[in-house]
Each structure stands twice: as structure tokens, then as C-alpha cells.
Design a binder for this molecule. Structure first.
Ligand code: KG4
Length: 329
């Protein structure tokens, strides 16, 4: 029997400090997440400098807790896998620098992970049987992409947003209707009380790109010009329209690649309406995978899983690995 590979994942790209211990890419031994949401809530969004400082304050404590919960020591770790981009540069640097120092101190290999690759890998933890190839619908606060996952370490972006990320649009809609930050879960909740009866614009492109700035502005204007508009209807209509936009592009991706296996990923894939509508595609012979809710938003278990696949594929980094805020595939 082959030796188990234990990976320590380290995530600090935005407002969650997270450290996880994952065995053989799929078995989570611990996944400690220290969220800064309450700190940033009063500013209506993430303040990068405050995020960096809080990561510094949290990182050692979170690491210690992750080791304790997994019942392992530094000796048992085979690989250290930090997120090195995309994300906020100051925030990324905290987790990455910590990982580099740790790799040097305990003499274990360092393997950098693309945060988006991590979101995709959240599916491997939830579904032990899932293997590439598949199409990933990556929807988060900073990204919206349709990705052809060719194998564990090879990706092709088939389409992406030309302006706002879908999560950014959710957060903005929440802010204008007075729900606060982070907006996605609040829009999701309020939409359940409303009817999707308001017509909102969709932007179409020849290829699989997205645009969410038009619909975002339409919601802002409708809310501004109609003080009596039912906020729940506005949220339900926004949610329904962006879901239709996602599904229309997924249909194009299926046509283009002939791949009928779809995996959702990223914070917005926690949305209950999006999950419900994507599930309905199963009636049309499309296989749908969705990460566990707690693995949709930022966490280090998904980073450790991606780090495992990078490692067994031969990837190694050295101590000059730098943070890359706009890292792409
Ligand atoms: O993946 P994530 O934690 O961070 C990034 O890598 O960006 O995603 C955060 C985004 C935020 O925009 C948040 O509002 C959104 O995910 N989100 C949701 C839901 N839960 C989180 N959006 C819609 N519905 C939700 N239930």
C-alpha cells in the first residue's frame, strides 16, 4: 500500500484565515476557518489593510488549532500548500510568507495553489468519486468563469466575466436594498419571500463570457426610482435572472465540449436558488455536482486538496514564490 500524503493547506486570500489538514487530497482531518466578516461588516465590504493585519494576528493560532483537531504534528505533514493568488496582495502575503517560513523551518516541500483551483477541488472532497474531465461553473466574490477542467492540474477558461464578478453584483444589490455585507446570503434569504416578477436585462455575448454590471445597475436604478418597490421581489428577480444567465452559458459549454458533467464552485454556489435550478438539469441527463455548503466559501481544505494534486503531479515551489493578486490559469 502506498504511503498516505498529508497536506497542510493555508488560505488567506481575502477575509478568511484558514488552515486545514487533508489526507490524500480527499479526506479532511481538520479545516479551521477564522472569518473576519464581523470586522468588515461595519465598512460594508472588505478593507484590505485591516484584512492583512487580522490574518497576521490569526495565522499561528489557526495553524495550531488545525494540527490539534487533526491530531497530527508538524512531523506528520508531507506538503505545505498555500494560496498564492488571486486575491488581495497584502492578505495573500500573510499566508504565503507563513507557509514559506514553515516549509523552511520544518524542511517540508512547498507547493503553491491557485485559489480558483482550490474552489474547484472543493468538489473532490464532497464527492469522493468525482474525476475530471468536467465543466466547472466558478462563481465567487472575485471571479465568474466557466472552466473546462481537463485533468487535476490542467484547466481551460471557456468564458469569464468582462466586468463585475457575480458575487460582487450580489453584494452590491444587497447594499442598495439595505441588507448589508456580505450580501449574497442575505439576498438569498430575502428572495424566498418575493416573486421574480421584475424584468431585468441580460447581456449576451457570442462566446461564453458574462457581464453583470448591466443587471446590477438596473437593480440600483429600479430601487432608486421606485421607493415602494418590494425589495424581496427585486432580490428574487435578480437571483432568477443571473441564474438563467449562468445556465445559458453552461448549455453553450456543454454544446462546445460535449461534456455533460457540471460542477459548481465558489461562494455564490452556496445560493439556494442557483443550487435548485442547477439540480433540475439532472432531468436532462446532465450530472450536477455541488460542494458542501461549508466548502463553497473560502477554506483551506479545498486548497490542500488542490495542493495534493499539484504535488503528486510533480509541482514544487521554492522560497521565492510570490503572491500574484491577478493570477489566472
Ligand atoms: O468564494 P468566496 O468565499 O470568496 C471569493 O473567493 O470571492 O465568495 C464570496 C462571495 C460573496 O460575494 C458572497 O456574497 C457570496 O460569495 N455568497 C453568496 C451566498 N453565500 C456567499 N452569494 C449568493 N448566495 C449565497 N447564499
Amino acid at each position: 500500500m502506498e504511503k498516505d500524503i498529508i497536506v497542510m493547506g493555508i488560505e488567506s486570500s481575502c477575509d478568511e484565515t484558514s488552515v486545514a489538514i487533508v489526507k490524500n487530497g480527499r479526506e479532511v482531518l481538520s479545516n479551521v476557518i477564522d472569518t473576519q466578516i464581523p470586522i468588515h461588516e461595519k465598512y460594508g465590504g472588505v478593507v484590505p489593510e485591516i484584512a492583512s493585519r487580522n490574518h497576521i494576528e490569526a495565522i499561528s493560532r489557526v495553524t495550531k488549532k488545525a494540527l490539534e483537531q487533526a491530531k497530527v504534528t508538524f512531523e506528520d505533514i508531507d506538503v505545505i500548500a498555500p494560496t498564492y493568488g488571486p486575491g488581495l496582495v497584502g492578505a495573500l502575503l500573510v499566508g504565503l510568507s507563513y507557509a514559506k517560513a514553515l516549509s523552511f523551518a520544518i524542511d517540508k516541500p512547498l507547493v503553491g495553489v491557485n485559489h480558483i483551483q482550490g474552489h474547484i477541488a472543493a468538489n473532490y472532497i464532497t464527492y469522493k468519486e468525482l474525476e475530471p474531465p468536467f465543466i466547472c461553473v466558478m462563481t465567487s466574490g472575485g471571479n465568474t468563469q466557466i472552466i473546462h477542467v481537463k485533468n487535476y492540474t490542467e484547466f481551460e477558461v471557456l468564458g469569464k466575466t468582462r466586468d463585475d464578478a457575480i458575487g460582487e453584483a450580489f453584494d452590491k444589490v444587497a447594499r442598495v436594498v439595505g441588507l448589508g455585507y456580505p450580501g449574497g446570503p442575505k439576498v438569498d434569504k430575502l428572495a424566498k419571500e418575493g416573486e421574480p416578477n421584475i424584468q431585468l436585462p441580460k447581456t449576451h455575448f457570442e462566446n461564453l463570457d458574462f457581464s453583470f454590471s448591466g443587471i446590477k445597475t438596473a437593480v440600483i436604478n429600479l430601487n432608486h426610482n421606485n421607493p415602494n418597490i418590494k425589495k424581496a421581489d427585486l432580490c428574487a428577480s435578480f437571483q432568477k435572472t443571473v441564474t438563467e444567465i449562468l445556465i445559458e452559458n453552461v448549455e453553450k459549454a456543454i454544446e462546445q465540449t460535449n461534456i455533460k458533467t457540471i460542477a459548481l464552485a465558489g461562494g455564490v454556489s452556496a445560493n439556494s436558488y442557483i443550487r435548485k435550478e442547477f439540480s433540475k438539469l439532472e432531468n436532462r441527463g446532465i450530472k450536477i455536482y455541488m460542494p458542501d455548503l461549508k466548502l463553497c466559501t473560502d477554506n483551506a481544505a479545498m486548497i490542500a486538496s488542490a495542493g495534493y494534486y499539484n504535488y503528486i503531479n510533480g509541482s514544487r515551489d521554492i522560497l521565492n514564490l510570490n503572491a500574484v493578486p491577478n493570477l489566472t490559469f
